[in-house]
Design a protein. Structure first.
Lengths: 267, 282
């Protein structure tokens, strides 16, 4: 039986006693593009932060079947693009510099590769191991369409371009899994569409497993292979077609999203 | 050109120490400025004053006590900030005043104010003896080599701590190492510009180079060049015009900053951005 890329079992996250994620369980198979939907405040970011080791949680999370130290080793091979990367606006790094930060040390690559081979998973690496770091960086910049921006300061780029640069930064580490937390919230449609084509490309051509949260149901229905719907608890996890065929589920999602929206305005 | 000043031993020592220290300050300073820890150097230098006073009080070579007090305080305050979530500026204020107060207290309890003490407050690069020179050069080279070794994780950590953590960088250990290096740098710099002007050496060349530089490496190299030039020119000018080297060096750095600021506002550095825009659209 193939090992899942990610197993989340009964995971709960609380902030100062308030439950943000309540006993959520799901798994992600290798090569999946899982779209996670849920209103603002549904706990998506808290769940991602728990997976990434940035947040304390109750329950069990496994990466390629591994926990503990091996989990931590494999974690460095997870690409993560948050809603917004908060960096110092004066940071003099160019786009190239930022992407270069994603390069993993040889030691980590070797350790990770050994673990992945051990668990019998197919690691579809996007770049040849022998290629030089500079080639990997150029390749990642090409995938996200930022080749001509490489010598510009990261702070000079628009929000959408910055997010593409951060995806490139995640790509150079030859990720086993990418976690994207509403990566194109607040950017214009044109940039969103470019971003979605990058997402499709890295999932289909580079065979990278992706977990992606978004409010854009049209994009989810176009790109995702599986869908999870949550609002502190998990309401649905399964095939995309099943989710979009389930009118009740869509209604529940829309209503909870609307309630959350109204609640925010009440405040 | 008259190179008479290089024939004096004290000048050779002063220039050597000044150059090495300015390189170290620029390198560590760029990280401090980008992490918004600009005043951390200032606070540490005030703590170092306490350490120096302790040395005089206990009759120990004061640089050793300054090293011990500064490094342990830097590590302690980092730990405290993490566990109590005290904001950065408040932690710096506490550090600055308590360090200086400790110094004043110890000095009043011992011999009172001496010339030696004033040399630490205002700098005395031309009074540096062989022992000081060797120690400062060795320590500075140690800091430079360490920074070059850890540059990749340190840049990532400075850019975004959380991303660095996910990437597998041991951010906590790295942070402790970094503040310890900053503390050591501050002590090594005391002789050059004095406790009261250290933060100028950490901050000024870097905020100037950030306005000009494109790319991390280039920005750091510009900062080092500015700093080294200011130190060489400052020591030379102070020799010929009989001025205090510390004040001359810092005023030169201020001048560099002001000129760059004016040039930036005049649009001299925006040219490159337009060129990039053109190449991006083509």
């Amino acid at each position: 039986m193939p090992v899942n890329a990610l197993d989340v079992e009964n995971v709960s996250v609380s902030h100062n006693g308030v439950l943000a994620v309540n006993k959520i369980s799901f798994n992600v198979q290798e090569g999946d593009l899982l779209g996670i939907v849920g209103p603002n405040g549904a706990g998506k970011t808290s769940l991602f932060r728990a997976i990434l080791g940035l947040q304390n949680y109750h329950g069990k999370i496994k990466l390629f079947g591994y926990e503990g130290n091996q989990y931590t080793t494999l974690l460095s091979m997870v690409g993560y693009v948050p809603q917004k990367v908060n960096f110092e606006p004066n940071f003099p790094a160019t786009v190239y510099d930022v992407v270069a930060m994603g390069i993993l040390s040889k030691k980590k690559l070797v350790k990770g590769a050994a673990l992945i081979q051990d668990c019998g998973c197919c690691w579809n690496r996007i770049f040849a191991t022998s290629s030089k770091d500079s080639e990997k960086i150029e390749e990642a910049l090409k995938i996200v369409g930022l080749e001509s921006f490489k010598d510009r300061r990261i702070s000079e780029l628009s929000g959408g371009e910055q997010q593409r640069a951060f995806i490139a930064k995640s790509l150079v580490k030859e990720p086993l899994l990418m976690i994207l937390d509403e990566p194109v919230t607040g950017v214009d449609m044109d940039v969103q569409n470019k971003f979605y084509s990058v997402l499709r490309k890295i999932n289909k051509e580079n065979k990278i497993t992706i977990v992606w949260s978004s409010h854009d149901l049209t994009a989810i229905s176009d790109l995702a292979t599986r869908v999870a719907c949550m609002n502190r608890e998990l309401f649905f996890h399964g095939e995309k077609e099943e989710f979009f065929a389930n009118k009740d589920m869509l209604k529940t999602y829309s209503e909870s999203a609307m309630q959350m929206h109204m609640h925010k305005h009440d405040l | 050109m008259n190179l008479e000043i290089l024939s004096y031993g004290f000048m050779q020592r002063g220039l050597l120490t000044g150059i090495v220290v300015s390189i170290t300050c620029s390198m560590i300073g760029l990280f401090l400025v980008l992490k918004r820890y600009s005043l951390f150097g200032d606070a540490l230098s005030h703590v170092a004053f306490g350490g120096i006073a302790l040395g005089f009080f206990l009759n120990i070579y004061p640089i050793w006590t300054a090293f011990a007090v500064s490094v342990s305080t830097a590590l302690g305050i980092t730990k405290l900030r993490k566990s109590t979530k005290i904001s950065g500026d408040a932690a710096i204020a506490v550090l600055l005043s308590s360090g200086f107060a400790m110094g004043v207290l110890l000095i009043s309890a011992s011999h009172g104010f001496t010339i030696d003490l004033f040399s630490f407050l205002f700098g005395s690069i031309l009074l540096t003896n062989m022992q000081d020179t060797l120690l400062i050069v060795a320590v500075s080279c140690g800091v430079i080599v360490t920074l070059i070794t850890i540059r990749k994780p340190l840049i990532h950590f400075t850019f975004d701590e959380e991303q660095a953590k996910v990437h597998g960088i041991p951010v906590e250990k790295l942070n402790y190492l970094f503040v310890a290096l900053a503390a050591v740098t501050v002590i090594a710099t005391m002789r050059l510009v004095g406790i009261l002007l250290i933060s100028a050496l950490i901050v000024l060349p870097n905020i100037t180079s950030i306005m000009m530089g494109r790319g991390f490496k280039k920005t750091m190299l510009i900062s080092i060049s500015l700093s080294v030039s200011a130190v060489i020119a400052g020591i030379t000018i102070s020799y010929y015009f009989n001025l205090a080297p510390s004040g001359t060096i810092v005023m030169l750095m201020v001048a560099m900053f002001v000129v760059t600021l004016i040039a930036k506002h005049a649009g001299m550095f925006s040219k490159t951005i337009n060129e990039h825009n053109l190449s991006a659209t083509n």
